[in-house]
Ligand binder design. Structure first.
Ligand code: PEP
Ligand code: MG
Length: 588
């Protein structure tokens, strides 16, 4: 039966495919397709994993028999019997084989998919005892997965083939597109999906500018977040449509709906093709104003995609992604960071790269360590530059690595979430210290302009101090909105109040741009507003000439720039900012 689930649209486009439902915590499992010739080997890997766990349980049972009832109560042995029974359950095994053979999933993926399907059956059981066996099933699967983690996978990950709507209607073979439906995905999980097979995704939680949404946008696949109970409502392998423009997921669509969305999907592809022709066109307004369209990247490899769409530099390299998805306390050292920054700089082939120093904390934790200060609000806590100043050794390591990368091309350094004059002075003296350390070692580095992000209202209201110390400013609208309106950007329950058009937000942005222009200092916007075409004309009218966004958004913004007359937009933009309801004025 067709039904739809509504959430928040975060990455545009239409995806049509079969659902891969992932409960929380399952994102660490590798997902890739195997070749038909590898089916037997994958089934063998599962078999070996299962047999190893069966042996482990047998050994445990033997140990138990030598213990007294106090150390090994009867319940423990009964529990092991249940685990053995589940391990030998035909439905588990035959289901896993089905996903491997018919869908060509790798073994781990097949196991978690079948686990998800069986878990639902357990949830629907009347008998409470049987319902509770779901936890045992999960433990058994967990054991197999843990064992398999130690086993090398012989299989390479082949690139997925995206199918057209026509293909979908004609056949239902193994390489249909897949869409991910998950409770939540951390930014680190999302990074893992950069190379992934998914054509789109939906999560139960998250807001429009949560970091998960931002990474989704950078993947350029249709995505919806904050869809509440989507991962409970959709079943494994259901057909779903994700409409990343309206924030809707349609489950089990009828042929008519499927045809309608197939048509929309083709329209989107045509529009992409049209925009592609603007790649080499300089971004100049009708009245001759040159506009700089820069890329936001998360990893050095993203530089390639930035160049492909004609970015004239990187306006924001979120360096924290180099630090994520590692073991607790495992930080990249100076050499590793230097090589990564250098790779981005060289990848941009002489164009400037703005590297932002580490911005961890809030919704970008470095690890999954439970925080004993969970009652505190991490968005207001030890985040970004506050974290770096609290860890000066680590910070200086990063500073040296960034400085060293500047020997290979144009590098700017950007400091996140800074508000106080004391923080500014401390940061600049640590940068001097890092330079002196490199001088002592005789290591070369270039001239690196230092900029600050305007992300806290206090910073936007202290421009005199900021412009005294910094070479340029970059407005981080995602956080500026969050902190001006006191709205957690990752919380879907207050997402309707997260408003870039609030007059207070626009006044802070307008004031920052005009003060920088007045003083002849560089200013850009690198938050999500820069890549949203509804704001391009407004920002141009306010005097902005530098926009930094995901590569996927650059060509659409360029099209707006080419159609705009910046001089004529200026009075209109002021009116919008000064109006009671700028959102309305903007759309009028
Ligand atoms: C911002 O806050 O607008 C920004 C660009 O930084 P991030 O989204 O990484 O917090
Ligand atoms: Mg920010």
């Amino acid at each position: 039966m067709t039904f739809s689930v509504h959430g928040i649209a975060v990455a545009r486009g239409i995806a049509i495919g079969r659902a891969v439902v992932m409960g929380s915590g399952r994102a660490d499992v590798v997902h890739y397709f195997i070749q038909p010739s590898q089916v037997e080997a994958e089934i063998e890997r599962i078999r070996a994993g299962r047999n190893a766990v069966v042996d482990e349980i047998h050994r445990l049972q033997q140990t138990i028999t030598t213990m007294g009832p106090k150390e090994a109560p009867h319940e423990l042995s009964a529990l092991l019997d249940v685990h053995l029974m589940l391990l030998q359950d035909e439905e588990l095994i035959s289901g896993i084989k089905h996903w491997i053979t018919d869908r060509l999933y790798n073994a781990e993926w097949a196991l978690t998919t079948q686990l998800e399907a069986l878990s639902r059956q357990f949830d629907e059981m009347e008998d409470e005892y049987l319902r509770e066996r779901k936890a045992d099933l999960e433990q058994v699967a967990e054991r197999i997965l843990r064992y398999m983690k130690g086993m090398p996978s012989p299989v390479q990950q082949p690139a997925p083939r995206r199918k057209t709507q026509q293909d979908l209607l004609l056949d239902d073979s193994v390489d249909v597109p897949l869409v991910l439906v998950a409770h939540d995905l951390s930014p680190a999980d999302m990074l893992q999906f950069k190379q992934s097979v998914f054509a789109g995704f939906v999560t139960d939680v998250g807001g429009k500018t949560s970091h998960t949404a931002i990474v989704a946008r950078s993947l350029d696949i249709p995505a919806v977040v904050g869809a509440r109970s989507a991962s409970n409502l959709v079943r494994q392998d259901d057909w779903v449509i994700i409409d990343g423009d309206t924030g809707v997921m349609i489950v089990d669509p009828s042929p008519i709906i499927l045809a309608e969305y197939g048509f929309k999907q083709r329209q989107v592809e045509l529009e992409r093709g049209r925009l592609g022709r603007l790649r080499h066109t300089p971004a100049v307004t009708l009245d001759g104003q040159k506009v700089e369209l820069l890329a936001n990247i998360e990893l050095p490899e993203d530089a390639e995609g930035a160049l492909r769409v004609g970015a004239v530099g990187v306006g924001l390299f979120r360096s924290e992604f180099l630090f994520m998805g590692r073991g607790i306390g495992d930080m990249p050292d100076e050499e590793e960071q230097y090589l990564a920054y250098r790779k981005a700089v060289e990848g941009m082939q002489g164009l400037p790269v703005t590297i932002r120093t580490l911005d961890v904390g809030a919704d970008k934790p470095l690890d999954e360590k439970p925080r004993d200060e969970a009652h505190l609000n991490p968005a207001l806590g030890l985040r970004a530059i506050r974290w770096s100043l609290a860890e000066p050794e680590m910070f200086r390591t990063q500073l040296r690595a960034i400085l060293r990368a500047s020997a290979h091309g144009k590098v700017n350094m950007l400091i996140p979430m800074i508000a106080h004059a004391t923080e500014i002075r401390q940061t600049l003296s640590l940068i001097d210290f890092a330079r002196a350390e490199l001088d002592n070692r005789g290591v070369p580095y270039g001239n690196v302009p230092i900029g600050a992000m305007i992300e806290i209202p206090a910073a936007a209201l202290s421009l005199r101090t900021f412009l005294k110390y910094f070479d340029f400013l970059s407005i981080g609208t995602n956080d500026l909105i969050q902190y001006t309106l006191a709205i957690d950007r990752a919380d879907e329950s207050v997402a309707h109040l997260y408003d870039p058009c609030h007059p207070a937000v626009l006044r802070l942005i307008a004031g920052t741009i005009s003060e920088c222009v007045r003083q002849g200092k560089g200013v850009s916007v690198c938050g999500e507003m820069a890549g949203d075409t509804q704001f391009t004309r407004l920002l141009l009218g306010l005097g902005l000439r530098s926009f930094s966004m995901h590569p996927a958004q650059i060509l659409a913004v360029k099209q707006e720039v080419l159609r705009a007359d910046a001089g004529r937009l200026a009075p209109w933009s002021r009116e919008v900012v000064d109006s009671e309801d700028p959102g309305l004025a903007l759309s009028a």
